[in-house]
Design a protein around this ligand. Sequence first.
Ligand code: HPA
Length: 246
Amino acid sequence: MVALAIIGGTGLTSLKTLEITNREIIPTPFGEPSGPVTHGELCGKKVVFIPRHGYGHIIPPHKINYRANIWALKEVGADKVLAVAAVGGISANLKPGALVIPDQIIDYTWSRVNTYFEESLTQVTHIDFTTPYCSELRDLLIKICKKEKIDCTYAGTYGATQGPRLETAAEINRMERDGCHVVGMTGMPEAALAREMGLCYAACAVVANRAAGRGEGNITMDDIESNLNLGLDKVRTLLEHIIPLV
Ligand code: HPA
C-alpha cells in the first residue's frame, strides 16, 4: 500500500529520512509519464514520487503529460497525492518563500488535454469539482503546519495559467479581481484528472516570486530558483512529518 504520492520538482527527492528503493517505468494508455516513478520508504511508509517536469526539469508546463502522470500514480497503488508547485504571489502578504495550501482553483489554461472521459464512452461523465482539493489531505497538512510551526497560509485560490511565459501585469490585475491569490502553470488539469481518477489530491504551493507587476522590476529565473529553495526547505519539513501520519 502506497501511503502518499508526491508530484514535485527534483529537489524533493533529497528528503533526509527518505530511503529510495527503486525507480519504475510505468507504461500508460496515454503515453509516457514525465519520468519513472521513484519508490521510497520513510518511517516504514511507502512513498512514491514523480517529477512533473521530468528528472532533468525539461518538460514545460503546457507539454506535461498530466494524464499519464496521474494514471501512473494510480497504477502503483497511490490513493493520496500531494502536489508541490512553484507559484507567483498575487496577494501582498504572499512573499517569496511563503507556503500556501490552496482551497480553490480558477483555470485559465487552454488547449491542454484535460479529461480521461472523452473516448469510448458509454455515458457522458461530469465530475463534481466544487471543492477541487481533497479536504482530508488539506486538513492533515494544516494540522502539521500548526503543530510544527511551519509558516503557511491555510487557504487561497490558485489561478492556473497556460504559460510557458509569465503573465503581464494587467493579467495579474484581472486575476486578482477574479479572486486569485497565487498564480502557477501546472495546477490544471492535474487536479481535475486526479479527481476523475478518484484520488485524494491536495497541493502545497511555494511562492517563488511576486507575480508580474507586484514586485520591483522584471521576474528572473535566477530569482525564482533561489526563492524556491527557501520554500522547499519548509516543504521538506512538512513532508517528513506528514508521511508517517498518512
Ligand atoms: N506565474 C506563473 N507561474 C509561476 C510563477 C508566476 O509568476 N512563478 C512560479 N510559477
